[in-house]
Design a protein around this ligand. Structure first.
Ligand SMILES: NC(=O)c1ccc[n+]([C@@H]2O[C@H](COP(=O)([O-])OP(=O)(O)OC[C@H]3O[C@@H](n4cnc5c(N)ncnc54)[C@H](OP(=O)(O)O)[C@@H]3O)[C@@H](O)[C@H]2O)c1
Length: 287
């Protein structure tokens, strides 16, 4: 892993004397040398912004109602823009991408995900990882993020471990018009159903507010594309962590965000770019 952006005087400076192992520039943000980054370094590099999402920040940054939530998305796409291959994203991912995937989960209060991704990818509960335990405890977080599944149909297999045996109850975000028997099935399995829309569907901004009301501010979404498209259109996405996978798949796979186009393109600015094995790991935040 090496940092390509931002490049500072420090990052551009050559290592101390060129002898392997004597570099002093081994902190994130100060290293253009290709080497394996520990999970701690990745966690630093991907920390939620200060003053947001429960992080300590400059006085006044949090506001009277507490720190602002921060919603980031983590997605992977091929060079030709495919967000999946054979219905899943595994084959376009890689080892470093999975480390960053795990790091982003390790930092989050909740992982918001569309029901189709849950069905296609066979989602399981997030696990507690020793590498993030101290950091999570210091931040007042539980041992692992909760998973929040967004669904209108509630056509989900509630007998799966995702619903029956998570560390923290899995949330099911749905609309007020959702089928009562499916709500009952979800609750019977142990899930917590949260109504975040007046009709069948979930209103993205209301979903964010509902999560904040539950004390969750470090929000992470893992898509899929149809859900992400709505989060973008609703203007609630603060950050995109996009992995560019050095592959071409052709075909007609979904892009990372789908749905009706927004009237005016949403503008984002690059805040970080890492590279490993030809994969690019970018972070863009809303302008
Ligand atoms: N490249 C990547 O990083 C990445 C990430 C994630 C997923 N993927 C891939 O993307 C594919 C799945 O993504 P997708 O876009 O088809 O589906 P998705 O966004 O994961 O899920 C769509 C489903 O979510 C529910 N949903 C979405 N918006 C809703 C709203 N406003 N209110 C209520 N429910 C809502 C609906 O569930 P119900 O049908 O239950 O009502 C809808 O059918 C898979 O192939 C997966 O591998 C790729």
């Amino acid at each position: 892993m090496r940092r390509l952006f931002p490049v500072t005087d420090e990052t551009a400076a050559p290592a101390s004397d060129g002898v392997p192992g004597t570099e002093t520039t081994n902190r994130p943000g100060t290293d253009t040398t290709d080497r394996e980054w520990g999970l701690d370094e990745l966690a630093e590099a991907y920390a939620y912004p200060p003053g947001q999402a429960g992080q300590a920040g400059p006085a006044g940054a949090a506001g009277p109602a507490g720190p602002q939530p921060w919603l980031r998305a983590n997605m992977v796409a091929t060079l030709d823009g495919a967000a999946q291959h054979d219905g899943r994203s595994q084959s376009i991912s890689g080892a470093a991408d999975m480390r960053i995937f795990g790091t982003l989960r390790g930092l989050a209060d909740v992982v918001v995900v569309g029901a189709e991704t849950v069905r296609q990818e066979g989602y399981r509960p997030a696990r507690a990882r020793e590498d993030f335990a101290a950091r999570r405890e210091a931040a007042g977080q539980g041992p692992a993020p909760a998973i929040a599944v967004v669904s209108a149909s509630l056509d989900l297999d509630f007998s799966l471990p995702l619903f029956t045996s998570p560390l923290l109850p899995t949330l099911v975000l749905t609309g007020a018009a959702a089928a009562p028997d499916r709500i009952a099935a979800a609750e019977k399995a142990g899930a917590r159903v949260v109504i975040a829309g007046d009709g069948m569907g979930v209103d993205p901004a209301r979903a964010v507010r509902a999560l904040v009301d539950l004390g969750m501010r470090r929000l992470l979404t893992e898509g899929g594309p149809r859900l992400l498209g709505q989060l973008v259109a609703a203007g609630v996405l603060d950050e995109l962590c996009l992995t560019v996978s050095p592959m071409l798949t052709v075909g007609d796979a979904q892009r990372i965000a789908g749905g009706p186009p927004v009237a005016v393109p949403r503008k984002f600015e690059l805040t970080s770019l890492l590279e490993e094995a030809g994969f690019l790991f970018s972070r863009y935040r809303r302008n």
